[in-house]
Design a protein around this ligand. Structure first.
Ligand code: NAD
Length: 373
């Protein structure tokens, strides 16, 4: 089996879908790995490091010739994959709901698209889950980026010139990114509170030493929620949540929002009127900015100032930690493919539970249940 790793085609994407570590591991399984020259540059990985690991390094066309599997962070256009085998697998993120045209193009090209963001949230797939690995880094980076533009310190400091008080940080949405944001803000010495719609997060917030702030008058989502995901909340809940946020947010210095709902635009959690109640100099980081934003007025990769409050958000937060993000993403892909590696067939053979979940296209058609209807 020949595995091709291309330089990412999306503008500004610095991550790469294989590292010398995973190249060695794929070769140990019996695969051949071909890497496009320069593929690792954005993540600090030289062509020589890939060669030393045993990869062939050359042009994209050379890498693709005869490839049965292509690895990518963001799926390239099928037109960039000419030369790959008929029916080749492409394991990457596809943004299947946001970019349906690309999914259709994969079907038309006869390629098999495997969308890593559709990995089921089951215990055995945890090590294959790119959403978790990238969100974890994003939650960390969001706090650092907010701290960077905040004109005050995070920890309480008692100095000869007097005391400065700890920053108050409020994290909205306590999934993988939110938990890491809480942990990072705590490490920096902030006073942290957090909220979510899923009741299971209450204990998780407390276990990190932060204060849970929950809507009490209307029931939220029991336990973990379906597959660990939230759904859109009722109007009644949204109203109660808006009141809760209004009373809490005015006392906060930093707000990190991370709330997402699969297949839908991100829920709006903070209005312009609520921003106006915050102290000038406060900072909001909107981790959902690329999915439409949790915060009114946030814009990808811009610092927007409203009522003296700086609102920031990156379109691709994990990309700001490209080396670690690549290392984890690459291991996710290796863990996925190696778990199904059939030594006799010399290639992976997916089972139904995970295969049907991640496979978008096969035999010229869109086959994924979540994309039908
Ligand atoms: P996510 O990125 O889809 O959403 C982020 C958070 O926003 C979630 O906690 C969600 O409940 C919250 N949210 C949504 N709407 C909200 C609203 N209106 N107000 C406030 N909060 C809102 O979620 P995620 O970070 O990918 O993960 C969610 C859960 O899934 C976590 O508990 C995680 O541990 C679990 N998980 C399990 C596995 C596995 O078992 N393989 C893998 C990954 C994640």
């Amino acid at each position: 089996m020949r595995i091709a790793v291309l330089r990412e085609r999306a503008a500004g994407e610095c991550r790469v879908a294989a590292t010398p570590e995973t190249v060695k591991k794929f070769i140990a399984l019996g695969a051949t790995v071909a890497v496009e020259a320069g593929a690792g540059a954005g993540a600090g990985i030289s062509d020589a490091a890939y060669s030393e690991a045993g990869a062939e390094v050359g042009s994209a066309a050379a890498a693709l010739k005869g490839a049965g599997i292509v690895l990518a962070v963001q799926a390239p256009d099928p037109g960039d994959l000419k030369g790959a085998d008929k029916g080749a697998w492409v394991a990457a993120t596809f943004d299947p709901f946001g970019n349906r045209a690309r999914v259709d193009a994969y079907a038309k090209a006869g390629l098999e698209a495997l969308a890593m963001e559709f990995m089921p949230r089951i215990t055995r797939a945890q090590s294959m889950d790119v959403l978790s690995s990238q969100s974890n880094l994003a939650g960390y980076k969001a706090v650092l980026a907010a701290a960077n533009v905040y004109g005050r310190a995070f920890p309480m400091m008692m100095t000869a010139a007097g005391t400065i008080s700890a920053a108050k940080v409020f994290v909205m949405g306590v999934g993988v990114a939110g938990l890491q944001a809480i942990a990072t803000a705590k490490r920096l010495g902030a006073q942290v509170s957090a909220t979510d719609v899923r009741s299971a997060t209450r204990e998780q917030i407390k276990s990190l030493g932060a204060k849970p702030i929950f809507v009490e008058s209307v029931a939220g989502i029991e336990g973990e929620g379906s597959g660990g995901y939230a759904t859109e909340m009722s109007e009644e809940y949204q109203k109660a949540q808006a009141e809760l946020v209004s009373s809490h947010i005015a006392k906060q210095d930093i707000v990190i929002t991370t709330a997402l709902i699969p297949g839908r635009a991100a829920p709006r959690l903070i209005s312009d009127a609520q921003i106006a109640t915050m102290r000038p100099g406060s900072v909001i980081f909107d981790l959902a900015v690329a999915q439409g934003g949790n915060v009114e007025g946030s814009a990808p990769d811009q610092v927007v100032e409203k009522h003296g409050v700086k609102i920031i958000g990156y379109s691709n937060t994990a990309n700001h930690l490209a080396a670690d993000a690549s290392a984890l993403f690459s291991r996710n892909l290796y863990n996925f493919l190696s778990a199904f590696w059939d030594k006799e067939a010399g290639k992976p053979v997916l089972d139904e539970e995970i295969g049907d979940a991640v496979r978008l296209t096969q035999g010229g058609a869109v086959v994924n249940e979540r994309l039908k209807g």
